[in-house]
Ligand binder design. Sequence first.
Ligand code: NAD
Length: 476
Amino acid sequence: MYEKLELLIDGEWRPGSDGKTEPVINPATEETIADLPHASAQDLDHALAAAEKAFPIWRDTAPYDRGKIMQKAAAIMRERSKQIAETLVLEEGKVFAEAHVEVLVSADITDWYAEEGKRTYGRIIPGRIPGMRQFVYKEPVGPVAAFTPWNFPAVTPIRKMAGAIAAGCSCIIKASEETPGTCIALARAFQDAGLPNGVLNVVFGVPAEVSKHVIASPIIRKISFTGSIAVGKLLMAQAAEGLKRTTMELGGHSPVIVFDDTDVEQVVKAVVGGKYRNAGQVCISPTRFYVQDAHYAKFVKSFTETAKAMKVGNGMEEGMQMGPLANPRRLEAMQEFVADARDHGAKIETGGERMGNNGFFFEPTVMSDVPDDARVMYDEPFGPLAPISRFKDFDEVMEKANGLEYGLAAYAFTTSDKTAAAVSEKLQSGMVGVNSLAISMPETPFGGVKHSGHGSEGGIEGLEAYLNTKYVAQQS
Ligand code: NAD
């Protein structure tokens, strides 16, 4: 059952005023599942006015009361989690079990922010001048514009909506037009929980037109974007015109370093599931495997056998481990990455081809002896490709790992505490997983460095992103 697609403007669910729509496609069948209404320029102005009007009302609502509405929204999300997960699978393609976990995690994120919103503490700084009292206050930044991608249709919008709402901001969100139903379902949970009209507005349209219009408005004080580096740069330039604060969660190209003091079978077990989660369309997906000489052959063999055994199919079918790619652009990109790697001398151990001709399915792929100058080693693959290469020593692999402009996530496997400490220190990355790929929780900061962006979502840092600091000096 697929979600009813509507815009949410000033508390009203409705179509676009000029009747424009676009089709939403199921990537497993290539069938059109619904038509998505676009917001006209007039609708966007209406959403901006609603966010402006709602902001002081919500800012002045006690954090305790904001938290109660958010907790109710989280409970509604849990109640509807199976239904929302079905919508997610139909529009994005990932397998139902992954989609269901994503919705439940979204409820957890909402709960976590509901609590943490009560703790936007300031501080008192002892004065130098007799009788001077010095206060630091945290205040909501103002109406927020949020833009989210298609690969995590629940988690990427909820991090922004829940963070902004918990901080006392109003918000206009434009989720991906390819996966709109999940964000709509989450927004319905907030509305049904009693969120005042205009605090949350959901719009869709031609991405470049919507973002330009909304970011240019003086009403908007903060931009939060998750997506590609190219679009992030564009939105930052637009935000700079109005000197607006930004949070940018952009692409990654995560190295996985496997040292020869590890148990190879255990490492393979820990990383294969992570590699093919959401068919590799994950910004923190492990995407460059560097394996130390002694373990290299065994690692390639074991990884290949595990990848070959993966069950790939429609995410709504029982027992599937990987669904289709989310759109035909990824399919084309995978074919280009594989052809380029082959041309550069890489060996295709398994996969490398499209599966069938209905739905955007691509084989779980393993490539060995992939040279550094093959595109897949320096350009984010965002798909089910596992390129593997070997290294000799610590310094060599650190140079490779840090050699790209990406800096979102990095992983290392070792049994040595000394090596673990050294990699944690040396890796140029916003997040580092040592002996684990589990680096994202509601309470932990999520974000990158270098071209992977700036700012964090999740954790207290995720709330800070929606708060201004005000200093007050009071002489008595
Ligand atoms: P894209 O650059 O066209 O779009 C990326 C996302 O940004 C989409 O959700 C799109 O709707 C949105 N977008 C595009 N132009 C926009 C604009 N002017 N204003 C606001 N939003 C805009 O690329 P794509 O083909 O959808 O995805 C390809 C690449 O994007 C991937 O290879 C990956 O690097 C990156 N990506 C990253 C993430 C992430 O989680 N960081 C998620 C999805 C895609």
